[in-house]
Design a protein around this ligand. Structure first.
Ligand SMILES: [Zn+2]
Length: 409
């Protein structure tokens, strides 16, 4: 079991709990970004529904495993935001290279198909049935499904030019889909739909609900989820994932068993990148994927630094220009790099007593802006407008402490 979860000790714990029928109905995968939590969650769903006598082997070809491996099983519901587009771009490159070289072609084809379905799975009609966004979702899904059909198994692939055109189109559609519909946080209606789905009995296998970024939920949504976790429906397993266990509500933590994932070493990351994407790369998996951003991480950091410098010097940054330079902060990784850099550079104020006070205020303002966007669905422009006002005010009220202590990183 868990042959494709590399360099994580949790695999043996999970396997043992499954073999001994000790896996609880609600579990939490906690660990840094890109440590394999989603892979493990999808694998758990597959293993729990496997029909083989010795269940769960990666090579299993039972009908259930095949649909799980293609991410087409109706037993799994996946929700929560994620920057799928980076993985899609990376998988596209791997797939096209494999097609040209004739090596690992099937595996790379699976990789690309799965990368797209990790996005589309989140738009399961089970979750969105009564949403006003349903017609938009259906339109995207139809376009993507039509394109996928042209490259899915068992169909023979077209020649390279046609194949790369289809892949480019898929990548573009997926990015737009993600930009437009991925990032609103989970709604109460979705949790209700989920509950209904979980309570309907199923003829075969176990149902699995995967909720990514479990720390990013509004209070009402958390409470609705908590109610389900208190009395979990039979035959359904809830898998929550988070990279910030401290931010998950204690009431939720008390209902789940936590499985810890650890950061991989440089050498382990390099091996994974080599095995999955067939590339030699010196760096973390996150850094590898960030190469596919439309704005380079260095440039994002420059924009962030410039933003801060302008504010502490008493100017108002041109936000419309900034947003456009940063590709509207899509995918959200761009926003995260921007905010982390901002957080790092304002820490230069910690050198003085007045600066320390100003920096603590500033940190709070940055966190609030991030939460307002990612949890409360505020648009980026208004969140940044508020942040500019906040930082300017903090600097003024503390006699330019931020400006005086500022050193460029
Ligand atoms: Zn199987």
């Amino acid at each position: 079991m868990y042959e494709n979860l590399l360099y994580q000790n949790t695999d043996s714990l999970l396997s043992d709990d499954i073999k001994n029928d000790r896996l609880p109905g609600s579990i939490l995968f906690s660990g840094p970004d890109a440590s394999g939590k989603l892979t493990a969650a999808l694998e758990t769903a597959r293993i729990l529904s496997c029909k083989d006598k010795v269940p769960g082997k990666w090579q299993c070809t039972c009908s259930s495993c095949l649909s799980h491996k293609a991410l087409l099983s109706s037993n799994v519901v996946l929700l929560g935001p994620r920057d799928c587009s980076l993985e899609i771009s990376a998988a596209k490159k791997t797939f096209l290279n494999a097609f040209l070289s004739g090596q690992h072609e099937d595996a790379a084809r699976y990789l690309f198909l799965r990368s797209i379905r990790k996005l589309t799975m989140r738009f399961n009609p089970v979750l969105w049935q009564d949403s006003d966004k349903l017609s938009k979702i259906s339109a995207y899904m139809q376009d993507i499904d039509e394109l996928l059909e042209e490259i899915d198994f068992p169909r023979e692939l077209p020649d390279f030019d046609d194949l790369s055109k289809i892949c480019d189109k898929l990548e573009k559609e997926a990015l737009e889909f993600e930009e437009e519909l991925m990032y609103d946080s989970i709604s109460i209606a979705q949790i209700r739909n989920l509950s209904q789905w979980a309570h309907i009995s199923l003829s075969e296998g176990k149902k699995v609900v995967i909720i990514e970024k479990a720390e990013r939920m509004l209070e009402g949504v958390r409470n609705a989820l908590l109610k389900i976790l208190e009395e979990p429906p039979e035959n359904t397993v809830f898998i929550l994932t988070t990279s910030k266990r401290n931010s998950v509500m204690p009431t939720i933590l008390s209902r789940v068993r936590t499985y810890n994932f650890t950061a991989r070493t440089q050498a382990q990351s390099a091996d994974i990148i080599d095995r999955v994407y067939h590339e030699k790369f010196d760096g973390s998996i996150e850094q590898y994927l960030q190469q596919f951003l439309s704005v380079s991480p260095d440039l994002i950091k420059q924009y962030s630094t410039q933003f801060y410098e302008e504010i502490i010097n008493g100017h108002i940054p041109d936000l419309a220009q900034l947003i456009s330079n940063c590709n509207k902060f899509d995918p959200r990784t761009i926003l995260r790099i921007f905010f982390v850099n901002l957080y790092d550079i304002q820490k230069s104020a910690l050198k003085t007593a007045r600066g320390t006070y100003a920096s603590s205020k500033c940190t709070k303002a940055i966190c609030d802006a991030w939460n307002n966007i990612t949890v409360y669905n505020q648009n980026v422009l208004s969140a940044l407008e508020n942040l500019v006002k906040e930082i300017a005010l903090i600097n003024r009220q503390n006699e330019n402490a931020l400006l005086e202590a500022y050193v460029k990183l």
